[in-house]
Design a binder for this molecule. Structure first.
Ligand SMILES: Nc1ncnc2c1ncn2[C@@H]1O[C@H](COP(=O)(O)OP(=O)(O)OP(=O)(O)O)[C@@H](O)[C@H]1O
Length: 297
């Protein structure tokens, strides 16, 4: 008997700026010869509050087999927030410009192959980080240098690798160290750092490995401190995709952490610039989210 699946697709029309074909076309084409399946499309409007309210209501209305985020990490985060503790699996159609979470889950970049992963129905429970009790981070959040890069990048409107490199050099030029106190319940650590990462996952969308200890289902997250930063090191991490020099980083494992910076610093969550902060309470929500994964991974 053919298994019937009922899927809700949340599509971000603004993700992956330069794409030639809309994800909904690929979804409709993929399911055209599978009429037993029921597909519903929801196109995000950009009004986050309204979108979240409508998606939450839709999720509660019907028995979905899965809800798919078609977009980048920001879209994945938005949909994940609506699915926490529901046991409804989250699928990812990597339609963003960088797709860090899809990469960390080793999902295929090709959309038909990514849809096949969802149709295959293999799932895994993963952790999520709660931030200040009102936000979640599924992938990587950080304070300092990279958040400044995200801010410049969002505001500059530039696209593509060359535009990214230009903004990255500008960010690097204006880098600043700041004093930070990190308390994970077991110890209080005082350091100077250029950047502090709250890492559920391991790699940025560029492929740069920031957290070699990443395990999405281990019930802990890593606080990664970048204490020294040279241009060569940064380029190496961005383009060779090897982990950052361990002598210049420090990794603190935590279930809960309080992070305090004397001076306010830039903050980003899953690729979205949040603003300046100096006080963050982060806590792991173990296995709060179910995701579709490639069989055998
Ligand atoms: N209809 C829309 N118009 C404009 N912006 C939108 C719309 N829907 C969602 N957004 C915004 O898109 C952002 C999320 O984009 P997302 O991160 O998924 O894509 P991306 O930036 O292309 O990908 P990546 O994070 O992989 O670089 C959110 O800030 C969200 O508010």
């Amino acid at each position: 008997m053919i298994k019937k699946i009922r899927l809700l697709f949340i599509i971000n029309p603004a993700s992956g700026k330069n794409r030639k074909i809309a994800p909904q076309e690929v979804v409709q084409r993929y399911f055209a010869d599978k009429p037993a399946n029921e597909i519903t499309l929801f196109i995000l409007t950009g009004d986050v509050k309204k979108d979240v309210a409508e998606i939450t209501a839709l999720i509660q209305q019907r028995g979905w087999n899965g809800v798919v985020a078609a977009g980048g990490d920001g879209t994945v985060k938005l949909v994940a927030g609506c699915l926490l503790y529901t046991d409804i699996p989250l699928g990812i159609l990597p339609a963003g410009s960088a797709n860090g979470m899809a990469r960390d889950l080793c999902l295929p970049e090709n959309w038909e192959a990514a849809l096949q992963v969802i149709a295959d129905g293999v799932v895994k429970h993963i952790d999520v980080i709660s931030i200040n009790g009102r936000e979640i981070s599924v992938h990587l959040s950080d304070i300092g240098l990279n958040a400044l890069l995200v801010k410049y990048f969002e505001r500059s409107g530039v696209r593509g690798m060359l535009g990214y490199a230009r903004v990255a050099f500008k960010t690097f030029y204006y880098r600043q160290q700041f004093a930070v106190v990190i308390d994970n319940g077991a110890e209080e650590v005082r350091r100077n750092a250029f950047m502090i990462v709250l890492a559920n996952a391991g790699r940025y969308g560029t492929g740069a490995c920031i957290n070699p200890e990443s395990d999405l289902s281990d019930g802990i997250f890593e606080v990664v401190l970048i204490k020294q930063l040279s241009l060569i090191e940064t380029l190496k991490m961005m383009f060779s995709h090897r982990p950052f020099n361990p002598r210049k980083t420090e990794i603190i494992r935590a279930r809960k952490a309080h992070i305090y910076t004397r001076r306010k610093a830039e903050f980003q969550i899953d690729g979205e610039y949040i603003g300046k902060v100096n006080d963050i309470n982060a806590e792991i929500l173990p296995r709060a989210l179910v995701v579709y994964v490639t069989a055998g991974r």
